[in-house]
Ligand binder design. Sequence first.
Ligand code: SF4
Length: 167
Amino acid sequence: EPAKVLVSACLMGRPVRYNGSAKALSHPLLERLAAEGRLVVVCPELSAGFSVPRPAAEIADGCDGDAVLTGTAKVIEATGGDVTGLYIAGAHAALKLAVENGCRFALLIDGSPSCGSGFIYDGSFGATKHAGSGVTAALLRQHGIEVFADCQIEALEHRLTSAPTPR
Ligand code: SF4
């Protein structure tokens, strides 16, 4: 069976980001996968119970999603709230959905404390980026799901059309 792809809801045009915006990506691959019923759409933060809009959040102290999952880093809101548990819950909800649907790949919006897979922000709320993964991307990778950032859609397309992946 062709591999399914877990995809960020905001990338599919749903206005679910913290500020109520979307980050729609228009690409023939997405149209084709949608037509073939191979997209599984998720917003980990909404799955965790957050609403729209919500405060911006970042992983604290320049840490990454792996550190959050091991309990050595926190996710904090710009307003000061500790939302670590909710971000972990959202990651597990996304992983469950991916496993239930047999997703071997994910295409996620970069920069998010949940969905980021290439870069995230450092917890200073000063728009300072560093290389690293959000909590959901880290958990998916720990479970063998190949995560691609939105800017890597061409690489995902190539991956999907190359040799089948054993798992
Ligand atoms: Fe988009 Fe992911 Fe943030 Fe939800 S958690 S708004 S899907 S980047």
